[in-house]
Design a protein around this ligand. Sequence first.
Ligand code: AMP
Length: 190
Amino acid sequence: MNIVIFGPPGAGKGTQSKYLSKKYNLHQLSTGELLRKEISNKTDLGYKISSIINSGELVSDEIVSSLLDKYVSSEVYKSRLIFDGYPRNLDQAINLNDLLNKNNQKIKIVLKLSVSLETIKKRILERKSLENRDDDRNEIAIKRFMTYEKSIEPVIDYYKKSDLLKVVNGEASITEINEEISGLIEGIKG
Ligand code: AMP
């Protein structure tokens, strides 16, 4: 069972992905975390992308997509992936589809966490004091929200067409969201 989860920054996709990965024995593939790891490990790629990430823009499709191949082609992770933060635009959605097809895999469900900008601002400020992410400054968080809204629209249409998309109320509590998502997954499993 491969799952795609997306939502604006601060929507709780990381938290929900971690929960799902434990509950269903899946591997959380967070492109944001992989990119932040490159930065903290001070790799060449890390230097190249840090200013882009810290300004709230998207990293190029080529760079992000290149991070996926080894996970999708691995027997260990086969049909056990949660794509957290990928795809972010239509080209990435098409690329993911092609990559999965090539590896005889499918997406079972696409979860969209819907949250308002007001809630996002509050959550990002809370997270900033806990995790100290450079891109969680207020103005950058708003920029990331706008970037997300603009690029995700065609992705939503793309998954609506294939009937995979489920919209989840991301304003609810973590436990309530856990329950809603589990119900949706049980529904498609059954
Ligand atoms: P996230 O942890 O998902 O909020 O991602 C943090 C940042 O990493 C984003 O604001 C982008 O700069 C970058 N990033 C993560 N995933 C992608 C992606 N699929 N495409 C482009 N940039 C990404």
